[in-house]
Write a protein of this length. Structure first.
Length: 56
């Protein structure tokens, strides 16, 4: 991260790091949405669905 902030990274490497970050962000968002759905079901008194955690 420090190298990116300083601008010491070639463009291709910076783009690859950005793409990887976007993929990780999507995975985290998906995991969060699953957890929120599980909690909502539990709070509504519906059948509990076990939370599997990150599948990555």
């Amino acid at each position: 991260m420090t190298r990116l902030e300083k601008g010491d990274v070639p463009l291709e490497e910076a783009l690859a790091a950005f793409q990887k970050g976007m993929e990780l962000s999507k995975q985290c968002q998906d995991t969060l949405e699953k957890a929120e759905k599980t909690l909502a079901k539990m709070m509504d008194g519906q059948e509990e669905v076990p939370f599997e955690g990150a599948e990555a």
